[in-house]
Design a protein around this ligand. Structure first.
Ligand code: PRP
Ligand code: URA
Length: 209
């Protein structure tokens, strides 16, 4: 059974609906995508384990808590996933970063792989795969399969906007992967773009259109 969490925090909702507006330019779009990623990371990291640690405050000794156990890796799906990396690293600065390059063929809508570079010990880490858009689910399911083929077991997927079609595909292909979704939209159009969505996330982040 997949764990699926759709964000219901008003700050996240406000920021997502703000960047949907077509007049929002790349600089502002990028900054807010990063903020949304940081806020979503807060929810997606809720189950990370803590351990006791002895510390000394200016007043006395105490048993404090720090993150324990497995370390974290952030893996953006290129290109648009890059926009979410900074926000996650601001929350978990010790995380390592891997990259998976996939683009969606404009005719077949199938993902085409062009790059994969992961931290050497990736299979021992909690991996946060990030991509702003989950549309057909082709890119995210393929990226997660690439990680599993390399032995990664603990994977969560964070996206800013999802279509129901993509959520279904992820649930079917990777029921063990927890999904953190900023907003669940209505449907895909004939070009497999999310409706209402925000357009092409990569182009909006990098100003390429
Ligand atoms: C976008 C987006 C996802 C993918 C989602 O990337 O960032 O990776 O499409 O669509 P899917 O769920 O139907 O696979 P795109 O292929 O446009 O590449 P880009 O990030 O390089 O622009
Ligand atoms: N990729 C995007 O960037 N936007 C969509 O709506 C669908 C796929």
């Amino acid at each position: 059974m997949s764990k699926i969490q759709i964000m219901d925090h008003p700050l996240i909702r406000h920021k997502i609906d703000y960047i949907r507006r077509k007049e929002v330019g790349s600089k502002e779009f990028r900054e807010i995508v990063s903020e949304i990623a940081a806020l979503m990371c807060y929810e997606a990291s809720r189950d990370l384990k803590l351990k006791d640690v002895q510390i000394q405050t200016p007043i006395c000794a105490m048993t404090g808590r720090e993150l324990s156990g497995k370390k974290v890796a952030v893996v953006p799906i290129l290109r648009a996933g890059l926009g979410m990396v900074d926000g996650i690293l601001r929350m978990i600065p010790a995380a390592k970063v891997g990259h998976i390059g996939l683009y969606r063929d404009p005719e077949t809508f199938k993902p085409v792989e062009y790059y994969c570079k992961l931290p050497a010990d990736c299979e021992e880490r909690d991996v946060f795969v990030v991509d702003p858009m989950l549309a057909t689910g082709g890119s995210s399911t393929a990226a997660i399969q690439m990680l599993k083929d390399k032995g990664v077991k603990n994977i969560r997927f964070l996206c800013i906007i999802a279509a129901p079609e993509g959520v279904e595909k992820m649930k079917e292909a990777h029921p063990d992967v927890a999904l953190y979704i900023g907003a669940l939209d209505d449907h895909l159009n004939e070009h497999k773009y999310i409706v209402p969505g925000l357009g092409d996330a990569g182009d909006r982040i990098f100003g390429t259109k």
